[in-house]
Design a protein around this ligand. Structure first.
Ligand code: MLT
Ligand code: MN
Ligand code: ZN
Length: 307
């Protein structure tokens, strides 16, 4: 399986349009210490020809442009190597790119039933896209692996399984509907041929249970690295909720993900969905050193693996 980070930032990207935190300022100033980053998305492929997008950010146009594997194939005027899109949740940063990919062709969209329902009812994704292109939607039951089909129905060589990673609902969903199963999933993608296994979980509320189970025997884990500390959003003056209240387990501090990751016997442990305020994004900073020192990578756009 080939795996490529298309976008390693959380919602807003880096720099974010309305942000003057030190990371955003450094990128605008052209500092070599902080890399610009596009919003959260990963591409996977069994054969290097057809790719599945794991989440589709508003930056997908730029991400396709930056990776020749996603350029239209040579036979014909119009076409795509995108074989389907799999969503972990119904957040705007993970789904709004579907509107960018409206110009024709046929490929499937995969998510839990609840994510499909929210995206259809509140953001009108399915009904709007239906007016432009063929986007058959497959609802994935938790913990039930599916052989991912290519748009023509033939096997892609990949299986996907969704597991519960949290119950946080997007802000546009009425509070009465929050806390439900299927709100936030992690993905386990396996290559049928090579046996290579990827776990992708850009929104993580807890390290026990389904996530701990899913990573057993995996080659790589791409995991939620949104905030460094629980109070970062409040301390930085960007919100009034903690990292945990926003559905993101912080990297550091008591119960943070870094200690757990450091002990995890996987070849590749990588932070993705990193918020622009996160101090680990500065390559010269103490926090970056702490992460690398535990054998964990601060993911960047374009990072790629094969297993
Ligand atoms: C999140 O990851 O918490 C959401 O995407 C926040 C947002 O961008 O609205
Ligand atoms: Mn997000
Ligand atoms: Zn910023």
């Amino acid at each position: 399986m080939q795996v490529r980070i298309l976008g390693s930032a959380a919602g807003g990207g880096l720099p974010q349009w309305n942000c003057r935190c030190s990371n955003c300022n450094d990128v605008r100033a052209g500092s070599p210490d902080v890399q610009p980053r596009t919003q959260s998305s990963v591409a996977v492929s069994a054969d290097g020809r057809t790719w599945f997008l794991l989440n589709v950010s508003a930056d997908v146009r730029q991400q396709v442009q930056a990776f020749s594997g996603l350029w239209p194939p040579e036979n014909g005027t119009r076409g795509t190597t995108i074989g389907g899109c799999i969503l972990t949740d119904a957040e705007i940063d993970h789904a709004s790119g579907l509107f960018q990919l409206r110009e024709g062709g046929r490929f499937g969209i995969f998510s839990t039933a609840l994510v499909h329902e929210w995206l259809s009812r509140y953001l009108r994704v399915s009904p709007v896209l239906a007016g432009f292109a063929d986007r058959p939607w497959t609802e994935l039951a938790l913990d039930a692996p599916l052989e991912l089909p290519l748009p023509d129905g033939s096997p892609s060589g990949l299986t996907v399984s969704v597991f519960e990673a949290g119950r946080h609902a997007p802000r546009y969903v009425p509070e009465t509907e929050s806390g439900a199963r299927g709100s936030v999933a992690g993905l386990q993608v396996q290559d049928v041929g090579s046996g290579g296994k990827l776990v992708y979980a850009p929104g993580v509320e807890s390290l026990d249970g389904p996530l701990a189970e899913a990573v057993r025997g995996a080659d790589a884990l791409l995991i939620d690295g949104t905030f460094w500390s629980d109070d970062e959003p409040i301390r930085m003056g960007i919100g009034d909720r903690t990292s945990r209240q926003m559905g993101h387990l912080p990297v550091a501090g008591p119960g943070g993900s870094l200690g757990w990751l450091a002990e995890l016997p996987l070849r590749h442990r990588v932070y993705v969905h990193i918020n622009n305020t996160n101090p680990m994004l500065n390559r010269r900073g103490r926090e970056h050193g702490l992460v690398q020192g535990r054998g964990v990578l601060v993911g960047a756009d374009g990072d790629a693996w094969e297993f």
